[in-house]
Design a protein around this ligand. Structure first.
Ligand code: NAG
Ligand code: NAG
Ligand code: NAG
Ligand code: NAG
Ligand code: NAG
Ligand code: NAG
Ligand code: NAG
Length: 381
């Protein structure tokens, strides 16, 4: 980035910070690049918080340090005390002796090629890290938090603007998101987790990549308890399958699209995700049984290793015939076919813009269906 551009970024950041839009805490402006600034922040002038531990861990690995050299890089820099806290956690000190594990964790703290627009970033945005996995930045009344998996959140304690990006100094170390089953546990989605176990779907769920799961909460399952009791494992598996969509759709993708229909892992079924008048995201199966009620997203953008989980307040039910079997339509709803290509694929040029880097609806659901079919086969055997 040219010096003049750097100054523009700095002054915009300064202006917004002064207005308290993004971050209200300690703000430092630096003319050094990200890495040099980090070194300075770690060592010179007795600055606090220090990030020496991070630099010590990163410096032997070019696959981490190189990621810090590009323009518009965001470095999430856990402070020394954050590392001290993390290394005291069970298993962590041993795990990071493995260079691959350590460098993956460090790469997870780098967001490449993302100009952090402090105006757009107020609110919640998901970004793609150098580790290839998503991370969420949330700014609320000038308090900024970074979230990996649901139980792993760090607070930003200092904001350093540099010539090639930003350093957000953190009070905790972030670990990359976990697999689906672990994340369902963290989200306390007990009914869905138990059902997946009963249906022998755990391995299948954990193996998924780049999916969006509309995960019904416990109350949702409670509400269909009597219906569910009469259904076969095959039908229940198909119902779970209806909640899984190929491609990663964060809340802001759906909000931008306003009304998108995307194919699910259940053959020829789609989910229509719409933005309601009061700003809520709602999901409805397509085709829907008569009198179907839309499920409302009650907790959006819960990240996991294989994509994103939106918690919904109702179980989506496909059409079920008199014989108790799910009615499989002969074709996918035309809206799904058309909306698929129209699904926003953010370009990575604005804040949150690379959030949909994993959006791959056009890839289709074949792989996904393969996994589910295998799971059903296991079930039937
Ligand atoms: C280090 O971790 C990686 C990835 O988890 C694993 O594949 C590898 O076997 C580990 N290496 C050692 C020496 O344990
Ligand atoms: C980064 O490089 C080191 C060796 O320099 C290697 O051991 C490690 O596996 C690499 N990390 C990743 C995530 O590929
Ligand atoms: C951010 O918001 C402020 C105040 O609303 C505005 O002056 C500034 O131009 C905005 N910056 C960008 C990059 O949109
Ligand atoms: C999911 O993650 C948990 C915790 O790391 C692990 O114990 C489990 O084996 C993983 N599941 C699969 C199917 O790999
Ligand atoms: C969303 O799009 C579908 C298919 O194009 C249409 O049938 C439906 O009425 C739309 N819903 C809303 C709320 O706009
Ligand atoms: C319902 O589905 C099961 C399993 O796919 C199948 O064996 C059975 O024949 C179906 N029943 C009817 C009445 O179609
Ligand atoms: C998931 O998305 C990433 C990023 O777009 C891509 O590199 C990867 O191949 C995808 N994986 C699958 C199984 O689709």
């Amino acid at each position: 980035m040219k010096f003049a551009q750097a100054l523009t970024v700095l002054s915009l950041a300064g202006a917004s910070l002064a207005q308290g839009q993004f971050f209200n805490g300690k703000y430092t402006q630096s003319n050094a690049n990200t890495l040099d600034t980090a070194v300075a922040a770690g060592g010179q002038n007795g600055r606090d918080p220090s990030v020496k531990t991070l630099l010590g861990l990163a410096s032997p690995y070019s696959n981490v340090t190189d990621a810090l050299k590009g323009d518009n890089t965001i470095l999430l820099a856990p402070s020394d005390s954050a590392f001290e806290k993390a290394l005291a956690m069970p298993g962590v000190a041993d795990a990071v002796k493995n260079a691959t594990t350590l460098t993956s964790v460090l790469q997870y703290h780098v967001i490449p090629n993302t100009p952090l627009d402090v105006n757009q970033t107020a609110g919640s945005h998901v970004y793609r890290t150098a580790a290839g996995l998503p991370i969420k930045i949330n700014s609320q009344n000038g308090e900024v938090t970074i979230t990996s998996s649901p139980k792993n959140t760090a607070k930003v304690v200092e904001y350093v603007a540099t010539t090639n990006g930003e350093i957000l100094v953190l009070d905790s170390v972030l670990f990359p998101p976990e697999n689906a089953s672990t994340t369902l546990g963290q989200l306390e989605l007990k009914a869905l987790a138990d059902l997946a176990t009963k249906l022998n779907l755990v391995q299948t769920l954990d193996g998924f990549q780049n999916v969006t799961i509309f995960a019904p909460n416990d109350a949702a399952f409670q509400a269909i308890q009597s219906t569910a009791a009469g259904l076969t494992p095959e039908t229940l598996t198909q119902i779970v399958t209806l909640h899984i969509v190929q491609g990663i759709y964060y809340a802001e993708d759906i909000v931008k699209a306003k009304n998108a229909t995307v194919p699910t892992a259940l053959q020829n079924y789609a989910i229509q995700a719409t933005l309601s008048g009061d700003g809520k995201v709602q999901a409805l199966p397509v085709p829907a049984p008569a009198n179907a009620k839309a499920a409302t997203v009650v907790s959006a953008d819960n990240l996991f290793k294989g994509g994103v989980i939106h918690i919904v307040d109702a179980v989506l039910i496909p059409q079920i015939g008199d014989n108790g079997n799910v009615t499989i339509p002969t074709t996918l709803a035309p809206a799904a076919a058309t909306t698929m290509s129209a699904t926003p694929t953010p370009t990575g040029t604005t804040a949150g813009g690379n959030s949909g880097a994993g959006v791959s609806a056009k890839v289709g659901v074949a792989g996904l269906v393969g996994g589910i079919v295998a799971a059903v086969a296991v079930l039937v055997l």
